[in-house]
Design a protein around this ligand. Structure first.
Ligand code: ADE
Length: 220
């Protein structure tokens, strides 16, 4: 999958260069291309923001640099995503859906927003990562990229996806590793028993218990 990221703050995408996403790119499973929207500004000072018509607080990103930046990377099969608090709400199923695209373009807004005409000029999927407001679309884009990447074939082990929170509509059961006792706290006996059926039953019961306790809304 190729991911183009259009932003005024390319340095905010340093996390793509570490850990699992770095390895996925090295293995040719993902390709990230970061585009500085400012490079497309036709203003003589490379300005990319201006005051909103009608007045109001803060500055808006202007439409021309955004339009040209999108045009420079868009292909017929591109999916364009604009992280925004007014978008549909992101979740594991949306991540799975997005992981099927061959090419995604993230357009990151900043300041108080962007000129609305960009949404009239392109088919753009607005996605919110929750009911709160961040200073820009860069961190939400990172959250969405990180989450959808896990569903791209080969990025992580399939088994990891099968038994994690939300995979079966429930939260994940507790896990332990060595030592079997620490500060007087023992690992539950059943996990040391070697009885796979019993282990599975314990994990299912714990998943149900934790989900009821922490996220009863998921059980409805
Ligand atoms: N930009 C600012 N706040 C956001 C949010 N909650 N989700 C996505 N993009 C945003």
């Amino acid at each position: 999958m190729k991911i183009d990221i259009l932003t005024l703050f390319p340095e905010m995408f340093a996390p793509l260069k570490s850990s699992i996403l770095k390895r996925a790119e090295e293995n040719g499973l993902l390709e990230f291309n970061i585009v500085n929207i400012r490079d497309f500004s036709k203003d003589k000072h490379k300005k990319c923001d201006d005051y909103p018509f009608g007045g109001g607080a803060g500055m808006l990103m202007t439409v021309q640099p955004l339009y040209d930046a999108i045009k420079s990377v868009k292909k017929d099969n591109s999916k364009i995503i604009f992280p925004s608090p007014r978008g549909r709400v992101f979740c594991q199923n949306v991540a799975k859906e997005l992981s099927k695209f061959e090419h995604i373009i993230f357009v990151c807004g900043h300041y108080e927003g962007v000129d609305e005409r960009v949404f009239q000029l392109f088919d753009i999927d607005e996605i919110s990562i929750g009911d709160y407001v961040l200073t820009g679309g860069e961190l939400p884009a990172m959250v969405i990229i990180d989450t959808l990447s896990r569903f791209v074939d080969g990025v992580i082990k399939r088994e990891s996806l099968d038994c994690e929170s939300f995979s079966n509509g429930l939260l994940e059961y507790p896990q332990y590793t060595r030592p079997s006792e620490f500060q007087g706290l023992k690992v539950p006996e059943v996990l040391l028993s070697g009885n796979h059926q019993e282990v599975e039953k314990w994990r299912n019961d714990e998943s149900l218990k934790i989900t009821k306790q922490k996220r009863a809304d998921l059980m409805e």
